[in-house]
Ligand binder design. Sequence first.
Ligand SMILES: Nc1ncnc2c1ncn2[C@@H]1O[C@H](COP(=O)(O)OP(=O)(O)OP(=O)(O)O)[C@@H](O)[C@H]1O
Length: 364
Amino acid sequence: MTLAVTLAHAFGDFTLDVGFKAGPGVTALFGPSGAGKTSIANAVAGLFTPREGRIELGGRVLLDTAAKVNMSAHKRRIGVVFQDGRLFPHLDVAGNLAFGARYAPRGAPGPDRAEILALLGIEELLSRRPGTLSGGEKQRVALARALLARPEFLVMDEPLAALDGPRKDDILPYLEGLRDRARVPILYVSHSVSEIARLADRIVVLREGRVLRAGPVADVLSDPEMVPLVGVREAGSVFEAQVLGHDADGLSRLGVSGGTLILPRVDADPGKHIRIRVLAQDVLLSLESPKGLSSRNILPVRVEALHQGAGPGVAVSLRLGEDRLLARITARAAAELGLRPGLACHAILKATAVPRGDVGAAHE
Ligand SMILES: Nc1ncnc2c1ncn2[C@@H]1O[C@H](COP(=O)(O)OP(=O)(O)OP(=O)(O)O)[C@@H](O)[C@H]1O
């Protein structure tokens, strides 16, 4: 099921002029505050009508301003989950869920109620009022309510933004489960690189109402040109790894296409495929294979491209087997090492280069 979107609109000085496709899987809409993410999500959901636009979902035309087609929100079969959940406070959880189910067209495919309750772990919450739920529980109920309407597509606008760090980590596995088992494509609005690196298959990067870049998450996030947009602290590469084993000293061995990584224990069984994000600032480069170094992660790589930032840093894109690794080093170091495309060298990763929250399930 593919969503195809083109939109143009002006709010005073701000103009939105975008075109992109989303689905199957999770497509992230990423950009700084004011880039136009929420306006796009609202237009897709049918909550805002742009001056010009066309939105098609799996061949159904939801909006075509030229042809004066503008399907109402509830006919679009698009489930929406907002940052604040927006549960009905006077209804208990079961009542909120029943409200979602009312919109499900007869015979529409999708997981049944019991599966949805189990997927989101809310079986025990049915008699509770929203006011008594934690932020994470509210969001899980909002997700279940949206899914019970059997949508063909889900739009989530910063669904984790109201949650604190530990609560975000609690709910991310549910979103991974939703992605892998409910099989409803998702447009996921976020300005968190970490969330996007964990969940999304594709990313649409927005800036000032325009699409700057769109493509597979691993390609876009490991592109050195993206570092200024993503932010130097957040920049990093995303790739899949297979858990090879857990060692008695609390470390796990992970197989990646270009070698083996040793990281603090990851929460996945041997044999499982996981997705990891390696922060560019935690990758060092060496021309020789270093000896007597504390790091166990020394990987042979080849320089692909360098991108000089505005400051003293250079982003270096490296080929690691089938994957791309991003390193951020100083321009002085890059010059002294003579880094240039094609050069073979060694990447050194600290065991802490993959933050805990940046280990997720690989998309099944
Ligand atoms: N109804 C409106 N009236 C006037 N201006 C609006 C309206 N809705 C959005 N805008 C403007 O459009 C621009 C994009 O807003 P939008 O909320 O889509 O961005 P965003 O990327 O979702 O930002 P954030 O991450 O802060 O939510 C902003 O400059 C905003 O002020």
